[in-house]
Design a protein around this ligand. Structure first.
Ligand SMILES: *[C@@H]1O[C@H](CO)[C@@H](O)[C@H](O)[C@H]1NC(C)=O
Ligand SMILES: *[C@@H]1O[C@H](CO)[C@@H](O)[C@H](O)[C@H]1NC(C)=O
Length: 469
Protein backbone atom coordinates (compact mmCIF):
# COMPACT_ATOMS: atom_id res chain seq x y z
CA UNK A 1 0.00 0.00 0.00
CA UNK A 2 2.63 2.49 0.99
CA UNK A 3 4.76 1.70 -2.01
CA UNK A 4 1.78 2.11 -4.22
CA UNK A 5 1.27 5.57 -2.80
CA UNK A 6 4.88 6.49 -3.29
CA UNK A 7 4.58 5.52 -6.90
CA UNK A 8 1.34 7.36 -7.39
CA UNK A 9 2.90 10.44 -5.93
CA UNK A 10 5.67 10.26 -8.45
CA UNK A 11 3.24 9.89 -11.26
CA UNK A 12 4.17 6.40 -12.38
CA UNK A 13 1.35 4.91 -14.36
CA UNK A 14 2.34 1.32 -13.85
CA UNK A 15 -1.26 0.16 -13.87
CA UNK A 16 -1.58 0.82 -17.57
CA UNK A 17 -1.24 -2.59 -19.22
CA UNK A 18 -1.03 -3.02 -22.92
CA UNK A 19 -1.12 -6.42 -24.51
CA UNK A 20 2.19 -8.05 -25.42
CA UNK A 21 2.60 -9.07 -29.03
CA UNK A 22 4.77 -11.87 -30.42
CA UNK A 23 8.21 -10.87 -31.63
CA UNK A 24 9.24 -13.00 -34.57
CA UNK A 25 12.98 -13.55 -34.09
CA UNK A 26 15.09 -16.63 -33.48
CA UNK A 27 14.57 -16.86 -29.72
CA UNK A 28 16.96 -18.65 -27.31
CA UNK A 29 15.74 -22.10 -26.32
CA UNK A 30 13.01 -22.13 -23.63
CA UNK A 31 12.92 -18.33 -23.54
CA UNK A 32 9.98 -16.25 -24.72
CA UNK A 33 10.49 -13.33 -27.10
CA UNK A 34 7.77 -10.68 -27.23
CA UNK A 35 7.26 -6.99 -27.80
CA UNK A 36 6.12 -5.66 -24.43
CA UNK A 37 5.10 -2.34 -23.00
CA UNK A 38 7.89 -0.76 -21.00
CA UNK A 39 8.25 2.40 -18.93
CA UNK A 40 11.56 4.00 -18.10
CA UNK A 41 12.09 5.34 -14.57
CA UNK A 42 11.23 8.73 -16.04
CA UNK A 43 7.95 7.25 -17.25
CA UNK A 44 8.96 7.26 -20.90
CA UNK A 45 6.86 4.64 -22.69
CA UNK A 46 8.31 2.20 -25.20
CA UNK A 47 7.31 -0.98 -26.89
CA UNK A 48 10.34 -3.00 -25.99
CA UNK A 49 11.61 -6.17 -27.66
CA UNK A 50 11.76 -8.41 -24.60
CA UNK A 51 13.43 -11.75 -23.94
CA UNK A 52 12.05 -13.67 -20.94
CA UNK A 53 14.29 -16.45 -19.65
CA UNK A 54 12.94 -16.60 -16.13
CA UNK A 55 13.13 -19.66 -13.94
CA UNK A 56 15.18 -21.91 -16.19
CA UNK A 57 18.03 -23.00 -13.85
CA UNK A 58 20.47 -21.10 -16.10
CA UNK A 59 23.95 -20.59 -14.67
CA UNK A 60 24.98 -18.27 -17.49
CA UNK A 61 23.32 -16.10 -20.10
CA UNK A 62 21.84 -17.88 -23.11
CA UNK A 63 23.84 -17.70 -26.34
CA UNK A 64 22.59 -15.87 -29.36
CA UNK A 65 20.31 -13.32 -27.80
CA UNK A 66 18.57 -11.22 -30.47
CA UNK A 67 20.59 -8.04 -31.13
CA UNK A 68 17.47 -5.85 -30.83
CA UNK A 69 16.75 -6.99 -27.25
CA UNK A 70 15.88 -4.06 -25.02
CA UNK A 71 14.64 -5.92 -21.96
CA UNK A 72 16.33 -9.10 -20.78
CA UNK A 73 14.71 -11.00 -17.94
CA UNK A 74 16.74 -13.66 -16.20
CA UNK A 75 14.91 -13.70 -12.92
CA UNK A 76 15.11 -16.79 -10.74
CA UNK A 77 18.07 -18.60 -12.23
CA UNK A 78 21.48 -19.69 -10.87
CA UNK A 79 23.70 -17.01 -12.40
CA UNK A 80 26.61 -15.96 -10.20
CA UNK A 81 28.76 -13.98 -12.61
CA UNK A 82 28.38 -11.88 -15.73
CA UNK A 83 30.95 -10.79 -18.24
CA UNK A 84 30.90 -7.87 -20.67
CA UNK A 85 31.37 -10.33 -23.57
CA UNK A 86 28.05 -12.01 -22.76
CA UNK A 87 26.20 -8.77 -23.42
CA UNK A 88 28.28 -7.80 -26.43
CA UNK A 89 26.09 -6.87 -29.34
CA UNK A 90 23.09 -5.90 -27.18
CA UNK A 91 23.61 -2.23 -27.94
CA UNK A 92 20.03 -1.27 -27.10
CA UNK A 93 19.65 -3.15 -23.83
CA UNK A 94 17.84 -0.85 -21.39
CA UNK A 95 16.72 -3.24 -18.66
CA UNK A 96 18.46 -6.27 -17.22
CA UNK A 97 16.75 -8.36 -14.56
CA UNK A 98 19.09 -10.60 -12.60
CA UNK A 99 16.97 -10.79 -9.46
CA UNK A 100 16.81 -14.07 -7.53
CA UNK A 101 20.11 -15.36 -8.80
CA UNK A 102 23.31 -16.41 -7.04
CA UNK A 103 25.59 -13.37 -7.09
CA UNK A 104 27.70 -13.09 -3.97
CA UNK A 105 30.10 -10.35 -5.00
CA UNK A 106 29.93 -7.25 -7.15
CA UNK A 107 33.36 -8.25 -8.48
CA UNK A 108 31.63 -11.00 -10.42
CA UNK A 109 29.76 -8.36 -12.34
CA UNK A 110 32.51 -7.68 -14.90
CA UNK A 111 30.82 -5.03 -16.98
CA UNK A 112 33.01 -2.36 -18.46
CA UNK A 113 30.60 -0.40 -20.60
CA UNK A 114 26.82 -0.64 -20.83
CA UNK A 115 25.95 3.04 -21.08
CA UNK A 116 22.47 2.38 -22.44
CA UNK A 117 21.29 0.30 -19.51
CA UNK A 118 18.72 2.21 -17.44
CA UNK A 119 17.43 -0.44 -15.02
CA UNK A 120 19.41 -3.11 -13.25
CA UNK A 121 17.71 -5.66 -11.00
CA UNK A 122 19.99 -7.41 -8.54
CA UNK A 123 17.51 -7.91 -5.73
CA UNK A 124 17.36 -11.24 -3.91
CA UNK A 125 20.94 -12.23 -4.51
CA UNK A 126 23.63 -12.78 -1.87
CA UNK A 127 25.66 -9.57 -2.04
CA UNK A 128 27.38 -8.83 1.27
CA UNK A 129 29.57 -5.93 0.36
CA UNK A 130 29.79 -3.29 -2.36
CA UNK A 131 33.33 -2.16 -3.24
CA UNK A 132 34.29 1.25 -4.62
CA UNK A 133 32.77 2.07 -8.01
CA UNK A 134 30.86 -1.20 -8.06
CA UNK A 135 28.59 -0.09 -10.91
CA UNK A 136 30.85 2.13 -12.97
CA UNK A 137 30.18 0.02 -16.06
CA UNK A 138 26.60 1.33 -16.04
CA UNK A 139 26.94 5.11 -16.24
CA UNK A 140 23.42 5.57 -17.64
CA UNK A 141 21.68 3.68 -14.85
CA UNK A 142 18.50 5.34 -13.56
CA UNK A 143 17.21 2.61 -11.29
CA UNK A 144 19.18 0.11 -9.26
CA UNK A 145 17.61 -2.67 -7.21
CA UNK A 146 19.78 -4.11 -4.45
CA UNK A 147 17.02 -4.88 -1.98
CA UNK A 148 16.79 -8.25 -0.20
CA UNK A 149 20.48 -9.01 -0.26
CA UNK A 150 22.86 -9.50 2.67
CA UNK A 151 24.58 -6.13 2.42
CA UNK A 152 26.34 -5.20 5.65
CA UNK A 153 28.90 -2.95 4.22
CA UNK A 154 28.95 -0.45 1.37
CA UNK A 155 32.14 1.40 0.50
CA UNK A 156 31.87 5.19 0.60
CA UNK A 157 32.35 5.45 -3.16
CA UNK A 158 30.38 2.35 -4.16
CA UNK A 159 28.00 4.35 -6.36
CA UNK A 160 30.64 6.46 -8.05
CA UNK A 161 29.80 6.99 -11.70
CA UNK A 162 26.03 6.71 -11.24
CA UNK A 163 25.40 10.39 -11.93
CA UNK A 164 22.06 9.63 -13.55
CA UNK A 165 20.61 7.39 -10.88
CA UNK A 166 17.05 8.33 -9.92
CA UNK A 167 16.00 5.43 -7.71
CA UNK A 168 17.98 3.28 -5.36
CA UNK A 169 16.50 0.28 -3.57
CA UNK A 170 18.57 -0.80 -0.58
CA UNK A 171 15.77 -2.03 1.64
CA UNK A 172 15.88 -5.38 3.42
CA UNK A 173 19.61 -5.71 3.87
CA UNK A 174 21.78 -5.79 6.97
CA UNK A 175 23.09 -2.25 7.04
CA UNK A 176 23.67 -0.92 10.53
CA UNK A 177 24.36 2.66 9.53
CA UNK A 178 23.71 5.09 6.72
CA UNK A 179 26.85 6.71 5.33
CA UNK A 180 26.43 10.16 3.84
CA UNK A 181 29.41 9.57 1.55
CA UNK A 182 27.43 7.03 -0.49
CA UNK A 183 25.22 9.82 -1.72
CA UNK A 184 27.87 12.24 -2.97
CA UNK A 185 27.82 10.36 -6.28
CA UNK A 186 24.02 10.59 -6.60
CA UNK A 187 23.06 14.23 -7.15
CA UNK A 188 19.88 13.35 -9.04
CA UNK A 189 18.53 10.61 -6.81
CA UNK A 190 14.77 11.02 -6.32
CA UNK A 191 13.75 7.87 -4.49
CA UNK A 192 15.66 6.11 -1.73
CA UNK A 193 14.31 2.95 -0.18
CA UNK A 194 16.45 1.96 2.76
CA UNK A 195 13.93 0.45 5.17
CA UNK A 196 14.18 -2.96 6.79
CA UNK A 197 17.80 -2.51 7.73
CA UNK A 198 18.88 -2.65 11.37
CA UNK A 199 19.79 1.05 11.45
CA UNK A 200 18.87 2.41 14.85
CA UNK A 201 20.03 5.96 14.49
CA UNK A 202 19.90 8.36 11.58
CA UNK A 203 22.82 10.69 12.13
CA UNK A 204 22.83 14.42 11.60
CA UNK A 205 23.18 15.35 7.93
CA UNK A 206 22.96 11.71 6.89
CA UNK A 207 21.16 12.55 3.65
CA UNK A 208 22.68 15.95 3.06
CA UNK A 209 23.92 15.39 -0.52
CA UNK A 210 20.47 14.31 -1.71
CA UNK A 211 19.07 17.65 -2.75
CA UNK A 212 16.88 16.09 -5.44
CA UNK A 213 15.37 13.37 -3.26
CA UNK A 214 11.58 13.34 -3.36
CA UNK A 215 10.74 10.14 -1.57
CA UNK A 216 12.46 8.50 1.37
CA UNK A 217 11.36 5.20 2.87
CA UNK A 218 12.70 4.50 6.35
CA UNK A 219 10.23 1.75 7.21
CA UNK A 220 10.98 -1.06 9.63
CA UNK A 221 14.32 0.21 10.90
CA UNK A 222 13.84 0.21 14.64
CA UNK A 223 14.25 4.00 14.69
CA UNK A 224 13.60 5.43 18.14
CA UNK A 225 14.26 9.04 17.43
CA UNK A 226 15.41 11.46 14.80
CA UNK A 227 17.69 14.39 15.38
CA UNK A 228 16.82 17.91 14.38
CA UNK A 229 19.34 17.81 11.54
CA UNK A 230 18.58 14.35 10.22
CA UNK A 231 16.84 15.73 7.12
CA UNK A 232 19.12 18.65 6.50
CA UNK A 233 19.71 19.16 2.79
CA UNK A 234 16.60 17.33 1.60
CA UNK A 235 15.24 20.40 -0.12
CA UNK A 236 13.00 18.50 -2.55
CA UNK A 237 11.57 15.88 -0.20
CA UNK A 238 7.85 15.30 -0.67
CA UNK A 239 7.24 11.93 0.88
CA UNK A 240 8.67 10.14 3.89
CA UNK A 241 7.66 6.88 5.45
CA UNK A 242 8.51 5.91 9.02
CA UNK A 243 6.17 2.94 8.86
CA UNK A 244 6.80 0.37 11.60
CA UNK A 245 9.50 2.00 13.70
CA UNK A 246 9.83 2.67 17.41
CA UNK A 247 9.27 6.41 17.41
CA UNK A 248 7.56 7.47 20.59
CA UNK A 249 6.92 10.96 19.32
CA UNK A 250 6.54 12.74 16.02
CA UNK A 251 10.02 13.85 14.90
CA UNK A 252 8.83 17.43 14.81
CA UNK A 253 12.12 19.28 14.56
CA UNK A 254 13.49 17.08 11.81
CA UNK A 255 10.26 17.45 9.85
CA UNK A 256 10.31 21.21 10.12
CA UNK A 257 13.35 21.18 7.87
CA UNK A 258 11.38 19.71 4.99
CA UNK A 259 8.80 22.30 4.20
CA UNK A 260 7.67 20.70 0.95
CA UNK A 261 6.51 17.47 2.55
CA UNK A 262 3.21 16.16 1.17
CA UNK A 263 3.06 12.60 2.39
CA UNK A 264 4.01 11.40 5.84
CA UNK A 265 3.57 7.86 7.04
CA UNK A 266 3.87 7.31 10.79
CA UNK A 267 1.85 4.13 10.87
CA UNK A 268 2.86 1.49 13.34
CA UNK A 269 4.87 3.55 15.79
CA UNK A 270 4.33 3.63 19.54
CA UNK A 271 3.76 7.38 19.51
CA UNK A 272 2.54 8.33 22.92
CA UNK A 273 2.84 10.71 25.81
CA UNK A 274 4.29 9.80 29.17
CA UNK A 275 4.52 6.21 28.05
CA UNK A 276 0.93 6.07 29.02
CA UNK A 277 -1.07 4.86 26.08
CA UNK A 278 -4.18 6.41 27.54
CA UNK A 279 -2.68 9.83 27.05
CA UNK A 280 -1.12 9.27 23.70
CA UNK A 281 -1.30 12.23 21.44
CA UNK A 282 0.38 14.26 18.76
CA UNK A 283 1.61 17.66 19.78
CA UNK A 284 -0.61 20.35 18.22
CA UNK A 285 2.40 21.96 16.62
CA UNK A 286 4.06 18.74 15.55
CA UNK A 287 3.65 19.52 11.88
CA UNK A 288 4.24 23.22 11.81
CA UNK A 289 5.65 24.54 8.58
CA UNK A 290 4.51 21.57 6.55
CA UNK A 291 2.13 23.57 4.46
CA UNK A 292 2.31 21.21 1.49
CA UNK A 293 1.37 18.08 3.38
CA UNK A 294 -1.49 16.25 1.68
CA UNK A 295 -1.53 12.83 3.31
CA UNK A 296 -0.94 11.98 6.93
CA UNK A 297 -0.73 8.35 7.91
CA UNK A 298 -1.06 7.78 11.63
CA UNK A 299 -2.88 4.49 11.87
CA UNK A 300 -1.82 1.62 14.13
CA UNK A 301 -0.34 3.88 16.75
CA UNK A 302 -1.30 4.42 20.34
CA UNK A 303 -3.02 7.73 19.65
CA UNK A 304 -6.05 8.67 21.63
CA UNK A 305 -6.38 12.18 20.29
CA UNK A 306 -5.44 14.45 17.45
CA UNK A 307 -5.64 18.14 18.05
CA UNK A 308 -7.69 20.35 15.83
CA UNK A 309 -4.75 22.67 15.67
CA UNK A 310 -2.67 19.87 14.20
CA UNK A 311 -5.12 19.70 11.34
CA UNK A 312 -5.29 23.47 11.01
CA UNK A 313 -1.53 23.69 10.82
CA UNK A 314 -1.67 21.56 7.67
CA UNK A 315 -3.58 23.73 5.20
CA UNK A 316 -2.91 21.37 2.31
CA UNK A 317 -4.09 18.24 4.11
CA UNK A 318 -6.52 16.19 2.05
CA UNK A 319 -6.54 12.80 3.72
CA UNK A 320 -5.69 11.21 6.99
CA UNK A 321 -5.41 7.67 8.23
CA UNK A 322 -6.21 7.10 11.89
CA UNK A 323 -7.63 3.62 12.14
CA UNK A 324 -6.31 1.15 14.69
CA UNK A 325 -5.73 3.76 17.35
CA UNK A 326 -7.45 3.91 20.71
CA UNK A 327 -9.23 7.10 19.74
CA UNK A 328 -11.06 8.98 22.41
CA UNK A 329 -14.01 10.68 20.75
CA UNK A 330 -14.19 13.96 22.58
CA UNK A 331 -13.04 17.59 22.35
CA UNK A 332 -9.71 16.85 20.83
CA UNK A 333 -11.06 15.02 17.86
CA UNK A 334 -14.04 17.24 17.25
CA UNK A 335 -12.55 18.70 14.10
CA UNK A 336 -13.84 15.54 12.50
CA UNK A 337 -17.37 16.79 12.69
CA UNK A 338 -16.75 20.52 12.63
CA UNK A 339 -18.41 22.04 9.65
CA UNK A 340 -16.39 25.22 9.46
CA UNK A 341 -13.21 23.33 8.76
CA UNK A 342 -12.23 22.14 5.36
CA UNK A 343 -13.09 18.48 4.84
CA UNK A 344 -10.32 16.02 5.40
CA UNK A 345 -10.90 12.64 3.87
CA UNK A 346 -10.57 9.62 6.14
CA UNK A 347 -8.65 6.69 4.77
CA UNK A 348 -10.58 3.56 5.73
CA UNK A 349 -13.38 5.35 7.59
CA UNK A 350 -15.15 2.03 7.99
CA UNK A 351 -12.47 0.84 10.37
CA UNK A 352 -11.79 4.05 12.28
CA UNK A 353 -13.57 3.58 15.60
CA UNK A 354 -13.89 5.37 18.91
CA UNK A 355 -12.38 3.46 21.82
CA UNK A 356 -13.64 5.85 24.43
CA UNK A 357 -15.71 7.10 26.13
CA UNK A 358 -17.67 3.94 26.88
CA UNK A 359 -20.92 5.30 25.44
CA UNK A 360 -19.24 5.95 22.07
CA UNK A 361 -17.09 2.84 21.99
CA UNK A 362 -17.11 1.00 18.67
CA UNK A 363 -18.91 3.85 16.91
CA UNK A 364 -17.25 5.05 13.71
CA UNK A 365 -15.44 8.31 14.40
CA UNK A 366 -16.83 9.85 11.24
CA UNK A 367 -20.38 9.11 12.30
CA UNK A 368 -20.28 10.55 15.80
CA UNK A 369 -21.85 13.97 15.79
CA UNK A 370 -20.18 17.12 16.96
CA UNK A 371 -22.63 17.37 19.83
CA UNK A 372 -22.01 13.83 21.05
CA UNK A 373 -18.28 14.44 21.11
CA UNK A 374 -18.66 17.72 22.95
CA UNK A 375 -20.72 15.97 25.58
CA UNK A 376 -17.78 13.86 26.55
CA UNK A 377 -15.18 16.60 26.93
CA UNK A 378 -12.99 16.33 29.95
CA UNK A 379 -11.18 18.89 32.11
CA UNK A 380 -8.78 21.19 30.30
CA UNK A 381 -5.39 22.44 31.36
CA UNK A 382 -3.98 25.68 30.07
CA UNK A 383 -0.22 25.80 29.64
CA UNK A 384 1.67 28.68 31.24
CA UNK A 385 -0.70 29.43 34.06
CA UNK A 386 1.35 27.96 36.84
CA UNK A 387 4.68 29.50 37.80
CA UNK A 388 7.46 28.21 35.65
CA UNK A 389 9.38 26.65 38.52
CA UNK A 390 6.50 24.50 39.62
CA UNK A 391 6.77 20.91 38.70
CA UNK A 392 3.28 19.70 38.52
CA UNK A 393 2.17 16.20 38.92
CA UNK A 394 -1.22 15.04 37.95
CA UNK A 395 -3.01 12.98 40.43
CA UNK A 396 -6.12 11.06 39.81
CA UNK A 397 -8.39 10.71 42.69
CA UNK A 398 -11.55 8.85 43.17
CA UNK A 399 -14.02 11.13 44.75
CA UNK A 400 -15.02 9.76 48.06
CA UNK A 401 -12.74 6.77 47.62
CA UNK A 402 -10.08 5.76 50.10
CA UNK A 403 -6.87 7.78 49.91
CA UNK A 404 -4.92 4.62 49.21
CA UNK A 405 -6.48 4.56 45.76
CA UNK A 406 -4.67 7.71 44.67
CA UNK A 407 -2.49 7.22 41.65
CA UNK A 408 0.09 9.50 40.19
CA UNK A 409 1.23 9.99 36.67
CA UNK A 410 4.40 11.86 36.22
CA UNK A 411 5.57 13.13 32.90
CA UNK A 412 9.31 13.67 32.98
CA UNK A 413 10.56 16.13 30.44
CA UNK A 414 7.22 16.70 28.83
CA UNK A 415 6.97 20.36 28.16
CA UNK A 416 3.22 20.25 27.79
CA UNK A 417 2.80 19.14 31.36
CA UNK A 418 5.65 20.84 33.11
CA UNK A 419 3.96 24.12 33.68
CA UNK A 420 0.28 23.58 33.32
CA UNK A 421 -2.46 24.94 35.36
CA UNK A 422 -5.49 22.95 35.88
CA UNK A 423 -9.09 23.82 35.64
CA UNK A 424 -11.39 23.31 38.50
CA UNK A 425 -11.98 19.66 38.02
CA UNK A 426 -15.13 18.76 36.24
CA UNK A 427 -16.12 15.27 37.16
CA UNK A 428 -17.55 13.95 33.95
CA UNK A 429 -18.37 10.37 34.57
CA UNK A 430 -19.17 11.18 38.16
CA UNK A 431 -16.36 9.41 39.89
CA UNK A 432 -12.99 10.64 38.58
CA UNK A 433 -11.22 13.94 38.36
CA UNK A 434 -7.77 15.35 38.02
CA UNK A 435 -5.96 17.28 40.66
CA UNK A 436 -2.53 18.74 41.12
CA UNK A 437 0.08 18.34 43.75
CA UNK A 438 2.64 20.99 44.61
CA UNK A 439 0.75 23.56 42.65
CA UNK A 440 0.70 26.78 44.56
CA UNK A 441 -1.97 28.59 42.71
CA UNK A 442 -5.36 27.18 42.03
CA UNK A 443 -6.00 29.42 39.15
CA UNK A 444 -9.60 29.18 38.41
CA UNK A 445 -11.94 30.90 36.06
CA UNK A 446 -9.38 33.11 34.34
CA UNK A 447 -8.07 30.57 31.88
CA UNK A 448 -10.33 27.70 32.34
CA UNK A 449 -13.67 27.45 30.74
CA UNK A 450 -16.18 24.99 31.75
CA UNK A 451 -16.42 21.98 29.57
CA UNK A 452 -19.54 23.31 27.95
CA UNK A 453 -17.60 26.11 26.39
CA UNK A 454 -14.54 24.15 25.47
CA UNK A 455 -15.18 24.60 21.78
CA UNK A 456 -14.00 28.16 21.78
CA UNK A 457 -10.92 27.54 23.84
CA UNK A 458 -9.83 24.01 23.20
CA UNK A 459 -7.04 25.05 20.89
CA UNK A 460 -5.26 26.58 23.81
CA UNK A 461 -5.70 23.76 26.21
CA UNK A 462 -4.52 20.28 26.76
CA UNK A 463 -7.20 17.79 27.37
CA UNK A 464 -6.28 15.43 30.13
CA UNK A 465 -8.16 12.24 30.42
CA UNK A 466 -8.64 10.50 33.71
CA UNK A 467 -8.53 6.79 33.84
CA UNK A 468 -11.30 4.94 35.44
CA UNK A 469 -10.59 4.28 39.06
C1 LIG B 1 18.97 0.35 -31.58
O1 LIG B 1 18.05 1.43 -31.58
C2 LIG B 1 18.22 2.35 -32.62
C3 LIG B 1 17.27 3.50 -32.39
O2 LIG B 1 16.01 3.07 -32.06
C4 LIG B 1 17.97 1.63 -33.94
O3 LIG B 1 18.14 2.52 -35.02
C5 LIG B 1 18.94 0.48 -34.08
O4 LIG B 1 18.67 -0.28 -35.24
C6 LIG B 1 18.85 -0.44 -32.86
N1 LIG B 1 19.89 -1.44 -32.92
C7 LIG B 1 19.62 -2.73 -32.93
C8 LIG B 1 20.78 -3.65 -32.94
O5 LIG B 1 18.48 -3.16 -32.89
C1 LIG C 1 -17.99 30.65 25.15
O1 LIG C 1 -16.88 31.51 24.95
C2 LIG C 1 -17.10 32.54 24.03
C3 LIG C 1 -15.82 33.35 23.85
O2 LIG C 1 -14.72 32.74 24.41
C4 LIG C 1 -18.24 33.42 24.50
O3 LIG C 1 -18.48 34.46 23.55
C5 LIG C 1 -19.48 32.58 24.68
O4 LIG C 1 -20.51 33.37 25.21
C6 LIG C 1 -19.20 31.41 25.61
N1 LIG C 1 -20.34 30.52 25.66
C7 LIG C 1 -20.79 29.98 26.77
C8 LIG C 1 -21.95 29.07 26.62
O5 LIG C 1 -20.34 30.25 27.87
Amino acid sequence: MRFLQVHLLLGVTSALVIQSVPWKVPCPRQCVCQIKPWYSPRSVYKEAPTVDCNDLLLSRLPDSLPAETQTLRLQSNLISSLDQTELQGLANLTELDLSQNSFTSARHLRITGMPGLLCLHLEENQFRHLPEAAFSGFPGLQELYLNHNQLRNISPGAFTGLDNLLRLHLNSNRLCAVDRRWFHALPHLEVLMIGDNPVEVIQDLNFKPLGSLRSLVLAGMGLRELSEWAFEGLASLESVSFYDNRLTKVPKKALQKVSGLKFLDLNKNPIQLCFNPRLSYVHPQAFQRLSSMESLMLNSNALSALHRQTIRSLPGLQEISLHTNPIRCDCLIRWVGAEDDRPVRFIEPQSTFCSEPPELKARRVKEVSFREMANSCLPLIAPGTFPSHARVRLVKACQGGPSSSLKEEECPGQEQLEKPSICPPVPTAGECHLDTQQSQKQNSAKDCSSVDNASSTSDNFQNIQPQSC
